[in-house]
Write a protein that binds this ligand. Structure first.
Ligand code: FES
Ligand SMILES: [Fe+2]
Length: 331
């Protein structure tokens, strides 16, 4: 009998994940969202505070993101008008003479805004955030252009998308880089961070250059990619990636270049980076997840990545268990 084809679903990892663009949420806005396999509601109060709550009302289950309204610092359910504060506690039942029932509360998610993204902290045991996502200097530097945006939804687990950053060889086969040079990984002082660095020969709109790629990674939700070596020009791509559920991922990208190259080739570079992301799509859309991949001796960065990601999962998850049992090691 032929064994069924392997198909493993990884759990949803812990960490900070972008669930919206900050600019879409002006004061008084309510927005629904679906991430971490849950329905969520985002709202910005009249004072500008941003809150993220579970979406379904504890009363009769209406979705607060469909007709809910901001009333001062609270959100009001569209069905019977119960009002909830940013901490998820019901503060008013408009047709009752008694205080709201103690059980009338929604889960409130830790939230922060950086680089134009709204990030939410997801943790399996609801542990409070151990770190904060960074604000990167390029996005407030007048020498860099106003960032361009790209959004993609990909039917793949977030880990498999992130793995590309520790996969220097794919730049040659998927993205057509001419030659691959050295690459290295430097773990950070904090376990959720690492820096991957690689050199390659790249054809660009300005000619062929020896370029350096510096990729900084904060958990599974945020990666910055800086390209250096094209004259004095600077090129920066920031990817904020979030799990919609266990098999679907939402990626938001920002691209910016130094103003000295903006007129010369800025648009071409931004287009080329966008095309690069699309080149990965065919692989992402059609691959499976290998919990115990067969790696070769040169796949050192991939081996590092598989070990590093375990910290974001509950200890007994399928992937973590498979890899702890010795599979996934290099020969
Ligand atoms: S369902 Fe929300 S107030 Fe009734
Ligand atoms: Fe790629």
């Amino acid at each position: 009998m032929v064994a069924p084809q392997e198909q493993t679903e990884l759990p949803i990892p812990n960490g900070w994940f972008a669930i919206a663009w900050s600019s879409d949420l002006v004061a008084g806005t309510v927005q629904r969202a679906r991430y971490f396999d849950r329905e969520l509601v985002l709202y910005r109060t009249r004072d500008g505070a941003l809150h993220v709550l579970d979406a379904y009302c504890p009363h009769l289950g209406a979705h607060l993101g469909e007709g809910g309204r901001v009333i001062g610092e609270t959100i009001r359910c569209p069905f019977h008008g119960w009002q909830f504060g940013g901490d998820g506690v019901c503060v008013n039942v408009p047709y009752s003479k008694k205080p709201p029932p103690a059980k009338a509360r929604l889960r409130s998610w830790p939230v922060c805004e950086r680089n134009g993204f709204v990030f939410v902290w997801h943790h399996h045991e609801s542990v409070e955030p151990a770190w904060q996502p960074p604000q990167l200097p390029e996005f407030s530097d007048p020498n860099w252009t106003e960032p361009r945006k790209l959004e993609l939804k990909v039917p793949i687990h977030i880990q498999d998308m992130a793995e590309n950053n520790c996969d220097p060889v794919h730049f040659r086969f998927v993205h057509g880089n001419l030659a691959l040079g050295e690459s290295s990984i430097t773990p950070g002082d904090e376990p959720h961070f690492f820096r991957a660095w690689s050199r390659s020969t790249q054809q660009t709109p300005l000619g062929t250059f020896e370029t350096e790629l510096e990729r900084n990674t904060w958990g599974l939700g945020l990666v910055s990619v800086r390209t250096r070596g094209i004259g004095e020009a600077g090129l920066m791509m920031l990817a904020a990636t979030s799990p919609i559920d266990r098999t679907n991922t939402h990626s938001r990208w920002l691209f910016t270049v130094t103003r000295d190259m903006a007129d010369l080739a800025g648009e071409d570079f931004i287009d080329a980076l966008g095309q690069g992301v699309l080149q990965d799509m065919r692989i992402w859309k059609n691959k499976i997840h290998r919990p115990a991949p067969v790696l070769c001796d040169a796949d050192t960065d991939l081996a590092f990545f598989r070990k590093w990601v375990r910290q974001f999962y509950p200890p007994k998850s399928a992937d973590g268990a498979a890899e702890r049992n010795g599979a996934g090691a290099r020969p």
